[in-house]
Design a protein around this ligand. Structure first.
Ligand code: ADP
Ligand code: MG
Length: 259
């Protein structure tokens, strides 16, 4: 079966002000259909750049980016993205923000609205359909971003530290919500974070990146299964050791970058 996403020996250097900066060096990674993969690495190692390559916003200097076996040339609705900021249109209601998107144009408006309302309810925003973004908390805005990203039924969702700006309590609720939506849709997920606990709760597989130039230095396949409870996950045999190991590895890379 062809992989959902494949990065094949990708390298990328930006011009830079003083001298060229090699951001990615010989990165290869594969996302199988329906997998949840978390990219973990120090700030500036090229995590967002990887998402931008897959999204089709950026092109590599060498190597190939394939989505369902085809070379990525430009952004497309089958590869959705969620950022740290929800980026909602301030003048549109929750419902109109969610239905604002490509892929939807060919569907009848009533059908789209019905599906959007379903997503709005699934992300816990029943009753807020006609609210404006300024009336929502940060977490609620990210719920809208989630509904908007999922409505066009993307094959892949790229998430760039989507909960990084939220308070700890809200972040946990959003992580649970994200997992529920993923388990219900089987969308292929690539999630960027620098939070180790977040990675361990969400991922099937964690990829640890080195400081710049970014390479993938380790893959950790998590043994926790897909049904997870955020309150009891830490009691899972081996959880402590895995967390310790991943923390250590990420800190090592972050220090190498400073040193
Ligand atoms: N368009 C660009 N031009 C020049 N440098 C860039 C550009 N985009 C990113 N960079 C640099 O590439 C490195 C990696 O960036 P990024 O992918 O955003 O890292 P991360 O998401 O892991 O924090 C950083 O040093 C950043 O300054
Ligand atoms: Mg980033």
């Amino acid at each position: 079966m062809v992989a959902q996403i494949e990065l094949d020996n990708i390298s990328l250097t930006f011009p830079g002000n003083v001298q060229p900066v090699t951001v990615l060096e010989d990165i290869s990674l594969t996302l199988e259909k329906g997998e949840f993969v978390v990219l973990l690495g120090p700030s500036g190692c090229g995590k967002s750049t990887i998402l931008n390559l897959i999204a089709g916003f950026t092109k590599p200097d060498s190597g190939r980016v394939l989505a369902a076996g085809k070379q990525v040339q430009k952004p497309g609705p089958e590869r959705g993205m969620i950022f740290q900021q929800a980026n909602l249109f301030p003048w549109l209601s929750v419902l109109n923000n969610v239905t604002f998107g490509p892929r939807l144009g060919r569907h009848n408006k009533e059908v789209v609205n019905a599906r959007a309302l379903d997503w709005i309810h699934r992300v816990g925003l029943k009753g807020f359909e006609h609210h404006a973004p300024w009336q929502l908390s940060g977490g609620m805005k990210q719920r809208v971003a989630m509904a908007r990203a999922w409505l066009p039924e993307p094959e892949v969702l790229l998430l760039d530290e989507p909960f990084g700006a939220l308070d700890a309590q809200t972040r946990l609720m959003m992580q649970e919500l994200l997992r529920e939506a993923w388990l219900a849709t089987h969308t292929t997920m690539l999630f960027v974070t620098h939070d180790v606990e977040e990675a361990l709760f969400l991922a099937d597989r964690v990829l640890i990146m080195s400081a710049r130039p970014g390479k993938i230095v380790e893959e950790v396949v998590l043994p926790f299964g897909r049904k997870r409870d955020i309150e009891t996950l830490s009691e899972y045999p081996g959880y402590g050791e895995i967390k310790q190991h991943v923390l250590h590895r990420v800190r090592q890379e972050a220090k190498r970058h400073l040193g």
